[in-house]
Design a protein around this ligand. Structure first.
Ligand code: TXA
Ligand code: MG
Length: 315
């Protein structure tokens, strides 16, 4: 028996009760599946770190369904509200100054003075947050450092029955995690490239958005380790062709590949396929490694390249 549930009215009520009473619910979002808990219950937040085997210094994103909720724990200004209006619900996370210091939120934020917030656009996530009546903190619903889950089955394969319920909202349409921007300073800095393109942020703000390079004045998200999103096989990126023994994941007009992220060269389609293809390729027997075509460094390509660079990192 697995714990995957269809998100009908009855199961959504049950999931909301689970969140309210301190349990863990894996929920679909448009980016990846999240492992959700009540932001106000410290034991529930702690359970997330335990189930994911994630270090406590790596803070969690809190998910809201109404912009009004921001006021209860974060400092906002005109720019933040304009960004929220334009990009929420959607794959954008904002790092804001936090105004609530209760123990559970402290744990969720790893003691940092800032809180990461986003409003997901998946209807099941929005419904669950509304029915629960509290923000839901949720990291990606996979074991720390491994490939992120884009289907309910991926969550089950990674976390099994350690989660009280897994709500099945189908395959994630964006497929890479949200773009994280730090909006606490004068310049906006992207801490993690993701489902909202840098170009779209710049066009809306009419200013240059900086990309974090990990230097002290341009901090990066604490959880973005060099090795992350890793499949079990070694991954070789920027590969023009396959080498003997490799499973080859192509992009664009590549004839000789085993899977193609997007035959037409569409970066959105490629992002949506990325994690599922890495899992799929990993599971095919008889290969000694994975290889992947070069991905252009624009639009969602920024996020894809970030993920595959980490996935291919050799310690
Ligand atoms: O699309 C997403 O963002 C998905 C879905 C489930 O919403 N969530 C996600 O969560 O990717 P997670 O935990 O896998 O990655 C969150 C990242 C981590 O790198 C963490 O260090 C960073 O966000 N983060 C969270 N709070 C932060 C804070 N206060 N300051 C800086 N970085 C923060
Ligand atoms: Mg993650």
């Amino acid at each position: 028996m697995n714990n995957i549930f269809q998100p009908d009215e009855h199961n959504l009520e049950r999931a909301a009760l689970t969140i309210k009473s301190g349990g863990l619910v894996a929920m679909p979002t448009e980016t990846v599946y999240g492992l959700g808990a009540n932001v106000y219950i410290a034991a529930a937040v702690a359970k997330i770190f335990e189930v994911k085997q994630r270090p406590f210094f790596d803070p969690l994103i809190s998910h809201i369904a109404e912009t009004d909720f921001l006021k209860t724990y974060a400092q906002t200004d005109e720019r933040v509200m304009a960004l929220a209006k334009q990009f929420w619900p959607g794959p954008l996370t904002m790092i804001l100054k936090r105004t609530d210091n209760n123990a559970a939120i402290d744990l969720a934020c790893s003691g940092l003075p800032n809180i990461a917030v986003r409003m997901p656009s998946h209807p099941v996530a929005l419904e669950l947050i509304k029915k629960s009546g509290v923000p839901i903190v949720a990291p990606s619903a996979n074991k720390f450092k491994s490939v992120s889950p884009t289907t309910a089955q991926h969550v089950f394969d990674s976390l099994g029955n350690k989660v009280d319920m897994i709500l099945d909202g189908g395959a994630c349409t964006v497929g890479v995690e949200s773009t994280i921007i730090d909006v606490t300073g004068k310049n906006i800095i992207i801490l993690r490239a993701g489902g909202t393109a840098k170009e779209d942020l710049e066009k809306f703000l009419n200013e240059k958005v900086l990309l974090s390079d990990g230097s002290p004045d341009k901090p990066s998200a604490p959880g973005q380790l060099l090795k992350h999103y890793a499949p079990n096989h070694p991954l070789r990126i920027n590969a023009a062709t396959r080498q003997p023994g490799e499973f080859f994941i192509g992009f664009g007009k590549i004839a000789d590949c085993d899977l193609n992220l997007s035959p037409t060269g569409d970066l959105r389609e490629a992002a949506a396929n990325l994690f599922a293809f890495l899992r799929q390729a990993d599971a095919v027997p008889g290969y000694t490694g994975l290889a992947m075509s070069p991905i252009p460094e624009n639009g969602l390509g920024l996020a894809i390249n970030d993920r595959i660079r980490r996935a291919s990192y050799k310690a």
